[in-house]
Design a binder for this molecule. Sequence first.
Ligand code: SF4
Ligand code: SF4
Length: 508
Amino acid sequence: MKIDPEVCNGCGLCAKDCPVSVVTMADKKAHIADGCVECRTCLRVCPVGAVIDEVVEVPGALVCDRCPVGCAIGPERTGACGRFVNAGGELKRTRPLLTYDQVAGGLQPEPEELIRRPWITAIGAGGTYPDYIPAPYIVADKRDGVDVVTVVTEAPLSYSGLKLKIDTDLEVGPEGAPVRLEGRVVGMVETEEYGSKILAIGGVNRLTGKSGFAAARAVAALANREALTLKVRGGARLEVAVGRPPVINGQTVERMRVGCGSASAGLFAPFFARAADEVIVLDHHITSLFTHHAAGRHLGLKPSGLELTFQRSTPGRYFGTTGHGWGGTDVEDPLAVVAAVDTSLTRPGSTLLITETTGVQAAMYRLDQRGVFQPMELTPAAAQAVAAIAESCQESRVSAVYVGGVGGSARAGVTRYPLRLTRAVHAATAHLTCGGAPVFVLPGGGITFYVDVEQVAHGAFTWVPTPATVAPIEYTMRLDDYRAMGGHVEAVKPFKTLEPVPWSPSKS
Ligand code: SF4
Ligand code: SF4
């Protein structure tokens, strides 16, 4: 890479983002010193096009092929990720391989087997209110000769919400966009994860805000796997129910993509090599151009003469656009992604297969004598490649984790010394479950947990118009530990004498 000083405006973005810190600023101009690995970060970040895409040969440099960047790493230098070093003409990992035993000391402690399962769940238990009274059920019994106690409560939680995961490539709306239920804001579009969109529903500020009742109702309904229709501002209409395929703008999403376009090129490289002279996998995240991609080159293919309309990330990988077209891009006619064809490299008669990361749509073309791609039927090898993608896709579904914060007053029903409970949960001497299901407790302060709602019995969540959502919470620990934390030992009852109470919802 080189900097054109006439164009450089001295903004310094390239110096900030250069992963090996070889760009310096002097006299309001960028300079590239020794050690550049040709990762092209500066080229992509420069807002005025001052970086000249010109390879500066470095004697003794080695090209790393451990990721799509393809760093050219000079002697005794490291690549962009800092993981590989050119040590004496050999690429080596910069840190040694660690065994489990070497890292075990730094891991979160796990609860002992004895306390992993509660005696009872809190589903149907009732609550602890006002807070200082003991939890409604505190039961103990012997397990492997040791007294083990479970303390349960159905806790109203203002600090609660839900992360809704919707498996789809379709655009649902911009990140940060409000999500409405019956016209009221109950959440927002959060991040996009692998093949899925994440919505955040509820959260304390929405629950206590002017749409709080609707937000609490939405969280409880989704956690109980009920169907809801949500609308994203500036985005899609979503019909969602945990455990079922999502319906987006009236379209049922059946398949979840196998990976991004680049992952598809890697996963199905042997199929693609037989399918056509060039294969494009359209994807709004990364679209791939197979013969330029590392997977195609690894198989000995020569890069074709095709150029795509998308911005190139690394060889054979392009940043897609988002929209309602193929692969979640804005490309409605797949051939429109081809910007140009160099017929000296891609000769007339060459074939092109374009598909998506779900294999739902596919089209095939042959280049005519005028250098124009003409549609043709998929060949058996092309159909096989598309089928290989489709068969590898999971069914799309909606799933959710409930997020609950129980580090507040709900602790009083367990112990007179709330901080001792918090510490015991983090030290894994008290094991928290939600409706009997395992939870993930977030690190740091408080007791904030995630639970997969599909592991919790139907109808276990509800809401109260404070507003808050109500979740079943259980703590299980050794009775000795419970006593030591100042627990309500006087309220402990033997588990064996506990009669399950028949229960059915009352009708108003
Ligand atoms: S190509 Fe990469 S390593 Fe080289 S100057 Fe630019 S950002 Fe730094
Ligand atoms: S793995 Fe690291 S060193 Fe290798 S090409 Fe990728 S960024 Fe560069």
